[in-house]
Structure formats: C-alpha cells, structure tokens
Design a protein around this ligand. Structure first.
Ligand code: NAD
Ligand code: TYD
Length: 338
C-alpha cells in the first residue's frame, strides 16, 4: 500500500509513519508537511536514513495542505490512501489567534478532500479529536452524540470532520473519521501538558497547572493510537466515525503528581496559574465501537508515563534543539519554502 500522510513531521504523524514502515515491509509513505513550529524532521531522523535513503519507502514533501498545486501534485501520484493528521493542534494558541486554525484545519482539509475526490482515493482517514464533543460532566461520549466544541481549535476540528462526512455523503469519497483522546509519548512538542511538565522539572522549573488542576482528560499512549488508526485504515467501515480512548481518565493534578513523584519533586514544584478561558472540564470517550473491530488500548497510564519520562530524559538532543531553535534553522535551510 502507498500512503500519503499529512502532518507526518508532527507528534502523532511521525509515530504513525514509524509504526507503518516497521510493521509493513512493502508499504511506502509520502509525508506532506508544512514544517510549522510543530513540524520537526528530527522526529523522523532514524526513519529517513533507513527507509528513505536505503529502502526508498519513505519520502518527504514540504508543502501546505492549503496549497492546491502541491496537494494535487502529491495526490496525483495516486497513493492508495490518505491519512490526514496535519493541523494546528494546540488549544491555547487557538485562543490567542484562531486564524491559522480555521485556515489549515478547515480549508486545508477541504483542499485534501477535493484532491482525494478528483483522484478517486481508496480511503481518506480524517484524524479528529474527543474535543469535538465539548465538556462531558458525566458519562462517555459516543460517536453520534451532539457536538459542542468550546474552543476555536475544537470548532475547526468539528468543521473538518463534518466536511469529510459531507464528502462521503455527497461525492462518495471513502472517508473514515477517528476521534482520539489526549495522546502522550515520544516526540510530543513541549507545549502540551505532559512534555512541558517533564521538561520543566528536568530543568528545575515549576509545572504551571491551570485553575484548580481538577480538569479531567483521558490519556492515550501514542502507540495505542497508531495501532487504532492502522486498524481503521485497513478495516474501518467507510462513512463511520471511531472514538479512540485510552481508558486512563486522570485529573491534571493526578498526572502532575505522577510526574513529580517519578522525578522526585514535591508539590512545591506545582505553580497554580490562571485558568485557560473556556477550559473544558472533562473529556471521556466510549470506545466500544472500535473495540468491536478488535482494538484495545494496551498501555496502562502508570507504566507508559514512566517510559515517556525516560524517553525525554534520554533524548536531550531532541528537545534541546527545539528549545534553542536549531531544528528550525537546519530544516529551513534543507527545505526552503517556495
Ligand atoms: P502536532 O502539532 O504535533 O503536528 C501537526 C503537524 O502538522 C506538524 O508537523 C505541522 O508542521 C503540520 N502542519 C500544520 N499545518 C500544516 C499545513 N497547513 N500544511 C501541512 N502541514 C501542516 O499535532 P499532533 O499532536 O501530532 O496532532 C495530529 C493530529 O491529531 C491533529 O489533527 C490533531 O488535531 C489530532 N489529535 C491530536 C491529539 C493530541 O493529543 N495530540 C488528540 C486527538 C487528536
Ligand atoms: P493540553 O496538553 O494542552 O491538551 P488539551 O487542552 O488539548 O486537552 O492540556 C491538557 C490539560 O492540561 C488541559 O486540561 C489543560 C491543562 N494544562 C495545564 O494545566 N497547564 C499547561 O501548561 C498546559 C499546556 C495544559
């Protein structure tokens, strides 16, 4: 199978590319990524050497999914499937400025769907999020629940999901949508809770916890998400939506305490700060539909968070190059825009 992955230089996309290339020795991947601040080819350094240079099963194109010329060029190479991760992904940034969120997440998705339609793509996997359901005080969101997005980010993700669905209904584009909970693991840009807190503590700084720290998220190890997306890519029913939850509901305070404990810091290293505006209290997914396809999350939070902390401890080269901006300088030179 030939797969076009968008946003493959980001956190989940890079883990997914590694997962696919290792698991399926005859698959090829093209990674289309704009290399925004969150796109980092260091995430794929190992992959580029083995599968790109030696085996020629991996190729990278720097490009914007909003640019129809670039998108048509790569989709015109006739991949069998598109797995669409590319997005602006950080809620706090969408609160400061939503422009890029609406541009990339909605209009960029439209450009991709349109190319998929024109070139008769075999499958289009739209990567969505549990945030589309909004804050869920009790119970668990099911795929058919009402969507109540509360941040500019989640609004843009709702629009992308619904546009993908409309392409299926209107044009028969073979779309499948996944909606996962909060991912964690290696190569996550250190603006998200878990890598931010780990790296702050490693550097002797405090962990900035919003509000009372009692907001609840369901944590999914990125390797479990990659397996779920793999399953949906191969066996997901066209036109369906699949929730992917980790069955690891924790308050932010619990998560923070787990990281503090493991790194031997006390609670003086928590800094309670002003809450995020419109901060959703709880996300929780009912994942029974994808479980019926044969998927289960394998990673328990308490073990996986230790592995994750160890990964950041052992890969200082990776996060130091983000913190000093070196990763950008290098890739801007290697892949200049235009
Ligand atoms: P990320 O921010 O780490 O990576 C996003 C990638 O998309 C980057 O490589 C970036 O350069 C690229 N990109 C951004 N705009 C682009 C554009 N216009 N054209 C081409 N490439 C562009 O994000 P992530 O955490 O890996 O999330 C991937 C997807 O999964 C997103 O669609 C996100 O909404 C969704 N998701 C993420 C989580 C999570 O916990 N991280 C949970 C549920 C769903
Ligand atoms: P985040 O990683 O930004 O993911 P999302 O908002 O998409 O769920 O945040 C996870 C939770 O952690 C969320 O409830 C906000 C909270 N949080 C903090 O308390 N402090 C921080 O510095 C960050 C980035 C997040």
């Amino acid at each position: 199978m030939n797969i076009l992955v968008t946003g493959g230089a980001g956190f989940i996309g890079s883990n997914f590319i590694r997962h696919i290339l290792v698991k399926y020795p005859d698959y090829k991947i093209i990674n289309l990524d704009k290399l925004t601040y969150a796109g980092n080819l260091d995430n794929l350094r190992d992959i580029e050497h083995i599968y790109g240079l030696s085996e020629k099963r991996y190729g990278f194109v720097r490009g914007d999914i909003c640019d129809a010329a670039v998108v048509n060029e790569v989709v015109g190479r006739k991949p069998d499937a598109i797995v669409h991760f590319a997005a602006e992904s950080h809620v706090d940034r969408s609160i400061t400025n939503s422009q890029e969120f609406l541009q990339t997440n909605i209009l960029g998705t439209r450009v991709l769907l349109e190319a998929g339609r024109q070139y008769n793509i075999g499958k289009f996997v739209q990567i969505g999020t549990d945030e589309v359901y909004g804050s869920v005080e009790d119970g668990y969101s099911k795929e058919e629940d009402v969507l109540e997005p509360n941040s500019p980010y989640s609004v843009s993700k709702v629009a992308a999901d619904l546009l993908a669905r409309a392409y299926w209904i209107t044009f028969g584009t073979p779309v499948v949508i996944t909606r996962s909970s909060n991912n964690f693991g290696p190569y996550q840009y250190p603006e998200k809770l878990i890598p931010l807190f780990i790296l702050n503590l490693i550097e002797g700084k405090k962990a900035p916890l919003y509000g009372d720290g009692m907001n609840v998220r369901d944590w999914l190890n990125v390797s479990d998400n990659c397996e779920a997306i793999d399953l949906v890519l191969h066996h997901g029913k066209i036109g369906e939506i699949y929730n992917i939850g980790g069955d690891n509901e924790r308050t932010n305070l619990d998560v923070t305490r787990t990281i503090l404990d493991y790194l031997n810091f006390d609670e003086n290293f928590i800094e309670y700060i002003k809450d995020r505006p419109g901060h959703d209290r709880r996300y929780a997914l009912d994942s029974s539909k994808i479980k019926q396809l044969g998927w289960e999350p394998k990673q328990r939070f308490e073990e996986a968070i230790k592995d994750t902390i160890e990964w950041y401890r052992n890969n200082e080269w990776w996060w130091k190059r983000i913190k000093d901006g070196e990763y950008r300088k290098y890739y801007e030179k290697q892949y200049p825009v235009g």
